[in-house]
Ligand binder design. Structure first.
Ligand code: R5P
Length: 319
């Protein structure tokens, strides 16, 4: 490992951690990430961190709470061993969808998690495609939000049929869909989605002419697959060509999601590796690595004063 900085990783995505480290000409630092018999997280750093710049790599993918506590424990271990500064690299920020209250008696979990992460001494954050840009404001520490949309568009470029339309499942995703539409020089359409529960969504009317046209449905997360499947069904009812391509940054692929997409007529899916790949990948699934994107950001952070941030890499949110 290069002197001066070290990368440690929790158990959430060791392959991505190794790929990011390799891009930086480094290796992931040795540490023990285990469980006590009662399920509590056990951590031990096996390399010195004193006076070193530390990057802690951990997407908050399922099991979300376990991965969160691993990250907290790693940070606490580094802080107590006198690391110079801690940067959490969260390729997927779990709880990001908890960015507002839907009624009077709910928490704002995205803010709560941001507070907890800062409590253990994490001084800055690097993340990819937050659910909403304003989540960045929940952190007092600097946050570098990167975007995988250009990398996904490069992968999609030659795979899309002529005349396709970029579709956002709801108004909340329109800003991201607009980035795809601009990058791919395609028209944009926004559907109307209503969330019935954590696992159930309803997608309503299609405003615009999709008759006979192929569609690229884009989202930030594929979790249960319900949003994409409902969007595809609504588009099919409106006469779209029932052969859909899907792009999303974070593929959580909860049980049954793949089958749901297949039944909905989704032929190809493009996701990144922010969340560890399942062993049972299927044909039609394309995984674009964010390792070069994240490693580039870390290299720039190592080069310049962190308080001035990464130059030129973050997402340029248009509003
Ligand atoms: C919700 O607002 C997100 O942008 C995604 O649409 C959602 O998290 C996808 O979840 P699922 O695959 O369970 O519908």
């Amino acid at each position: 490992m290069r002197p001066g900085f070290a990368i440690f990783a929790g158990a959430a995505n060791p392959a991505l951690a190794a790929a990011i480290a390799a891009e930086l000409g480094a290796e992931v630092g040795a540490c023990l990430v285990d469980r006590f018999p009662d399920g509590e997280v056990a951590i031990r750093l096996l390399e010195p961190v004193r006076n070193r710049e530390i990057f802690l790599m951990q997407p908050m993918s399922p099991p979300v709470n376990d991965h969160l506590v691993e990250l907290l424990a790693l940070a606490d271990a580094c802080r107590r061993a006198a690391a110079a500064r801690l940067t959490a690299v969260l390729p997927y920020f779990g709880y990001g969808r908890g960015d507002k209250r839907h009624g009077g008696q709910e928490p704002i979990t995205a803010r709560m998690v941001a507070d907890i992460l800062e409590t253990v001494g994490i001084a800055r954050f690097v993340t990819v495609d937050l659910h909403t840009p304003q989540v960045e404001g929940f952190f007092r520490a600097p946050v570098e939000t990167l975007t995988a949309v250009p990398a996904l568009c490069r992968a999609l470029h030659d795979r899309l049929p002529p005349g396709f339309v970029v579709v956002s499942p709801d108004a909340g995703r329109a800003w991201m869909a607009a980035e795809y539409a601009e990058c791919l020089s395609a028209p944009l359409m926004v559907l109307h989605k209503r969330r019935e529960s954590g696992a159930e969504t309803r997608v309503g009317g299609v405003g615009g002419d999709v008759a006979g046209r192929p569609c690229l449905i884009v989202d930030d997360i594929i979790s249960t697959g319900g949003t994409v499947a409902e969007s595809a069904a609504a588009l099919a009812r409106a006469g779209a060509r029932p052969e859909f391509v899907v792009a999303a940054t974070h593929g959580l692929w909860l049980d049954g999601a793949r089958e749901k997409l297949e039944r909905a007529g989704v032929s190809e899916v493009f996701v990144t590796d922010t969340v560890a790949r399942a062993a049972n990948d299927r044909p039609g699934l394309h995984v674009v690595s964010v390792a070069p994107l994240v490693a580039g950001a870390l290299a720039r952070l190592l080069e310049c004063d962190s308080t001035r941030g990464v130059q030129g890499s973050p997402r340029g949110y248009g509003g």
